[in-house]
Ligand binder design. Structure first.
Ligand SMILES: Nc1nc2c(c(=O)[nH]1)N[C@H]1C(S)=C(S)[C@@H](COP(=O)(O)O)O[C@H]1N2
Ligand SMILES: [Mo]
Length: 540
């Protein structure tokens, strides 16, 4: 009984470890699931001949065949780990079963290595396998303990001479089986319970992981199949000189991969464009349901817009500019017929996050978009695929709803959005601000000409002037980069003849309305940080 039980303990621990790893992978990055990662490595390294043999033999089921083999191997290795884990080490009880847990660790490390070295690996790619292996080692030890206990309660009869064939002997109490039946029953129950519980958890986590993985692949495939339409109204060409050409400055248009990401989603909502629709309802004359097919066939506009997070500290980097492709929101809302009493649109994402955007902003003619494209690509999954809002002039938390599926036309005194119920302001116009990007804070510089440069922003009001001062001296006008539009950030620079010593450099912007950036220091909560960005440098 001991060996089959040991194998079962190993198998069940393996299912548990893999199930857990697959669930973590499903949440973090599905291609990092241990079996998938190892399978990918095999596929990449298998000789071409064998690959075409597999494809011609199994056809489109070649991946299924590979995965089946992989899971069978995993099952065998798990059973082996179980057998090793209950093995007694004569003379060294402390080391009993070590080989089993080492095997689990080795397999986990191998899978972690495979996942982490994939070309598309994320920083967390090794996590699923490592956590799975650690949990598997622990569970295997516990189960092996139970199996040992069970075995101790049911000692194997030593060399019994075929008892069944000698009538009468069967009723004789077997000398080797003198264990107390209560103890046997308890050990049996505990072992069964342990195996069952671990199996159940493994099956459930594995199922959840597979479900998540399938949804992610669904979203990725949906995104990959999209061909963005050309805009009916293209973004104006960027004027020459939007970039001031100072080394160390960020590009004017932020690449998608570098775009900051802020949201409350523990795991990215996974939608398929084909399944998406947007419901517009509330204080409207007629409800509208917009489908993906309608959206992608509509006249879309393309605009360069700068997004800004309210949590951005003075000098912070929670901002980015992209070329967005989308449907103007104002006209869409007008089509639904907005009731006179309405003053707000509560937008909601597929995972229930909400933002409250003033109707006046959405309908004053500025480029508020229901965006599907970001820098020529369908929205990345983490930036709101398939559809998000972008509203120039407001912080993201009251306007930039990603994975948007619902717009309720309502009133500020009737509904409150996610962050407003957590102490942040109901309205969030972007505050006029500026930032020093070059030189870096704390830089050691050589005396002479130094380029001081950065960005300034006041979306939808524009930037009129940026001033810099050194060591509380007079404010000097910085040279502004060309203005792409009032809705984007603006680069600036100042050529400074730096004398030796330590210096403090400060910056302040003036927006298109003539308002100067607020000097008083305020934290981000409840409606955006204020204060002048400053850096210290030493010049030798
Ligand atoms: N669904 C959803 N949309 C959201 C958020 C969120 O938590 N959930 N965060 C908002 C905030 S606070 C900001 S600053 C922007 C950030 O957009 P990005 O991640 O594409 O840069 O998204 C906004 N849209
Ligand atoms: Mo934000």
């Amino acid at each position: 009984m001991k060996k089959p039980l040991a194998a079962a303990a190993g198998l069940v621990s393996g299912i548990f470890a893999l199930g857990l790893a697959e669930m973590i992978a499903g949440l973090v990055t599905p291609s990092a699931a241990p079996i998938i990662a190892l399978g990918d490595v095999v596929v990449d390294h298998v000789p071409a001949g064998l690959k075409s043999f597999a494809i011609s033999t199994f056809g489109t089921h070649d991946k299924l065949a590979l995965l089946t083999v992989a899971y069978l191997i995993a099952a065998l290795l798990s059973a082996l780990a179980g057998l090793l884990a209950v093995q007694d080490r004569a003379g060294s009880p402390a080391r009993a079963g070590r080989a089993g847990t080492w095997l689990v660790l080795a397999l986990g490390a191998l899978a972690a290595f495979a996942a982490a070295t994939r070309p598309e690996a994320s920083a967390l790619a090794a996590l699923p396998s490592l956590v799975g292996a650690a949990a598997g080692m622990y569970v295997l030890q516990v189960l092996a303990g139970l199996v040992r206990e069970f075995a101790a309660a049911h000692p194997e009869p030593t060399a019994r001479p075929e008892p069944a064939e000698q009538p009468g002997l069967a009723e004789q109490p077997d000398l080797a089986r003198q264990s107390d039946p209560a103890r046997q029953q308890l050990a049996g129950r505990r072992t069964a319970l342990g195996l069952g519980a671990v199996l159940a958890v493994g099956v459930i986590t594995g199922a959840v992981g597979n479900w998540l993985g399938a949804r992610l692949r669904g979203a990725q495939e949906s995104r990959a199949a999209i061909k963005l339409p050309s805009p009916a109204d293209a973004a104006p060409d960027l004027p020459a000189g939007v970039e001031v050409g100072v080394e160390g400055m960020e590009p004017f248009i932020t690449p998608n991969a570098d775009f900051y990401r802020i949201d409350t989603a523990l795991s990215v909502p996974l939608l398929r464009a084909e399944d998406w629709s947007l419901r517009i309802h509330g204080l409207v004359d007629r409800e509208i349901t917009l489908t993906w097919a309608e959206l992608i066939a509509a006249d879309l506009v393309e605009r360069d817009l700068t997004l800004m997070c309210v949590s951005n500290e003075v000098g912070g980097d929670l901002t980015g500019t992209a070329r967005w492709l989308g449907l103007p929101l104002g006209p869409l809302l007008q089509r639904a017929g907005i009731s006179a009493e309405a003053d707000m649109v509560l937008s909601k994402s597929s995972d229930g996050w909400t933002a409250s955007t003033p109707l006046e902003v959405l309908t004053d003619g500025r480029d508020c978009l229901l965006a599907i494209g970001m820098n020529g690509q369908p929205l990345p999954l983490e930036h709101g695929f398939p559809v998000r809002m972008v509203v120039p002039g407001l912080y993201g938390y009251v306007s930039a709803t990603k994975w948007v599926v619902d717009l309720e036309v309502t009133r500020f005194d009737r509904a409150e959005a996610y962050w407003s119920t957590r102490g942040w302001s109901q309205r969030g116009p972007v505050k006029t601000s500026s930032r020093i990007d070059v030189p870096a804070n704390g830089a050691d510089l050589a005396a002479g000409t130094v380029a001081v440069a950065g960005i300034a922003w006041a979306q939808h009001r524009g930037i009129q002037a940026v001033e810099v001062r050194i060591d509380e001296g007079p404010w000097q006008s910085a040279t502004l980069g060309a203005e792409a539009s009032v809705d984007t950030w603006r680069q600036w620079y100042l050529s400074w003849n730096a004398p030796a010593g330590s210096h403090r450099i400060q910056v302040r912007a003036t927006d298109g309305d003539g308002a100067v950036q607020v000097e008083d220091v305020a934290p981000p909560a409840p409606d955006g940080a204020t204060g002048w960005d400053s850096i210290e440098v030493s010049v030798a």
